[in-house]
Each structure stands twice: as C-alpha cells, then as structure tokens.
Write a protein that binds this ligand. Sequence first.
Ligand code: ATP
Ligand code: MG
Ligand code: FE
Length: 326
Amino acid sequence: MKVLAIESSCDETAVAIVEDTALLSNTLASQIDIHKKYGGVVPEIAARHHLEILASLVDETLERAGLSVYEIDVFAATYGPGLVGSLLVGLSFAKALALALGKPFVAVNHLHGHLYANLISFPDLNPPFLVLLVSGGHTELFFLNSWDSMKRIGKTRDDAAGEAFDKVARLLGLGYPGGPEIERIAKSGEEKYNFPRSLREKGNYDFSFSGLKTSVLYFMRKNPEAKVEDIAASFQAAVVDSLLSKTFAAAAEYGVKEIVFAGGVAANRYLRNKAQVLSKDKYNLYFPPIELCTDNAAMIAMAAYNKAKRGEFSPLDTNAVPYLQF
Ligand code: ATP
Ligand code: MG
Ligand code: FE
C-alpha cells in the first residue's frame, strides 16, 4: 500500500510517501527563516507559504520516489492540532487528490504522528507501552493499552518542555529553535547550578516548566558572570531530570517494560543517554530517528498507513481541528 501524506500544521510544509512500512521519500520546506524576523510564527504568512510551495513539493516527493500520482493508493494529511489556516492548506490538498483520483483519504492527528515516527525504525512496535510526548506545544505522559485505548496520566500545567527550551534559549541569547542550540552549547558546560525540579510528590505525573524558566532568569540577573554554557547544561539537566524521573516512576507503577519517546525534544541526545542510564536494561526504550522527532510528513504517512491497514478511513468533509487532543 502506497501512502502519500502532507503535514502543514505550523511552519513546516512536508510531504512523504511510504510503501507499507518502508519510507520511499520524505521532503520538507521549513519557513523558520521567514518567521525569524517577527520573533514567532505569523499564521497568515505561514498559510500563504504552504499554499505557494505545496504543489511543487508534492511533485518533488513523487519524483524522488519514482512514482506517478496515479500509483498512490491512499492520500493523508494532518487535520490538527495546529494553526487553522496552515492545516487547511494541506488537508484540502490531500482531500482534493483523493476525490479527483477516487482513492481513500486518512486524516491524521499530528500528535499521533509524533508517536508513529517510532514505527519507521520499529514497525512491529505494539501496545501496551508508556509514551512520553515532548514537543513544542505538548508535554504529556500516556499509557497506551492498545492503539485505540489510552489513558493520559500526566501533562504540563504550564509550558511544554520544547517551549521551555525555546524561551530559555532566548534568555541566553541563543537562536531559534532553542532546543538544538541549548543541547549544542551545553556540551561544553558543567551542570554546576541546581535549578528547581517541580511537582516532586510521589504519584504526581504532571509537569511544570515555567518556574524553572523564571529561576533561570533570576539566576542570570544575580550572577551576570555565570557562563552561558554552564547555565544551559544545568537547565537541560533540570528539564531532563523532571521528564525522566516521572516517566520511570510511572513505568514502575503501571508495570510496563516498554517506554516510547516522541516529539521534538526526544531528539535531545542528553535526554536519550540519561534515559538509557536510568533504564539500566530494565526497560525497552524507543526513540524515533533524530531527524524525524521534529515535524515531518514521514510520521504522518506512517500513522496513516497503520490507520488504513486497520480500515480507519476518513470522510472527505473532515475539517481542521486546531485544538485537537492526543
Ligand atoms: P506540537 O507537536 O506540540 O504541536 P511542534 O510541532 O512545534 O509542537 P515539534 O516539532 O515536535 O513541536 O518540536 C519542536 C520543539 O522541539 C521545539 O520547541 C524545539 O526547541 C524542540 N527541540 C528540537 N530539537 C531539540 C533538541 N535537540 N533538544 C531539545 N529540544 C529540542
Ligand atoms: Mg515546527
Ligand atoms: Fe509537532
């Protein structure tokens, strides 16, 4: 089964084709440089750029896979969460292709996409498992009993982990997105400052990162001589410690041996290494390929393939849902 998927939920236009579990081609056009000068993503500009580039990106993705559009069996797109104008561009394009070519359509939840990025490396991965979803807009812990039965056992009460990386990077005068910048600079720093880990009570699986961000700000004001590298390393250690201590505590309480990581922050090598150390071979840990942790269409195609395989198709009047939950 050949699936062509479009991802356009925010500021990345992305198209990918899978044949069953094999990734045939994967393209991405980032708008980061366009939005940089505004200090954040401008929704109208993002939607306009998706519209300008999508048709040629679909052509290029087909060409790289050596396929014509008539050979595609299923068309798919992200339908939420995200910016409504941006979502509508990819969603309408995929629905139009499905309608014109008489092929089925699959609407994909972007957050499920982040989880399914794992199936590109581990096509046989199956619940039950624990999922730590750590992205730019979400930080949530789920227990998946089966593909369609899940329980959310924790979530952030304020900022998402990726958002905290981005905000602290800005305080430190680093570029956007902040996660990779902090990871890079922290390598030459020391974890010498003890920033707070919040909500430490046993059995509490919620997260909170806005207090940590504020304490970094106050620390910088009080200690102007402190090295950026050391602050970055200490901040990264605090975020990762919060994420992993709760994840492993939940794994123990729920008696699961499989822990799956998803979302942009799962690209962080310090987090990956720390998780392996804490796991002590007691758990099987799953991470998507590093370049498929942040937004891409390969993960949407993989989610769509698995939904189609289970017979879960979507009607052509599926609308964009900006605040869709996991
Ligand atoms: P969501 O998926 O919740 O809608 P999003 O699509 O914006 O949000 P992602 O693309 O999953 O989020 O991830 C982007 C986030 O991941 C950014 O906040 C970025 O700073 C962070 N990130 C990317 N790489 C790293 C890294 N190596 N270390 C830490 N954080 C990272
Ligand atoms: Mg993005
Ligand atoms: Fe995302």
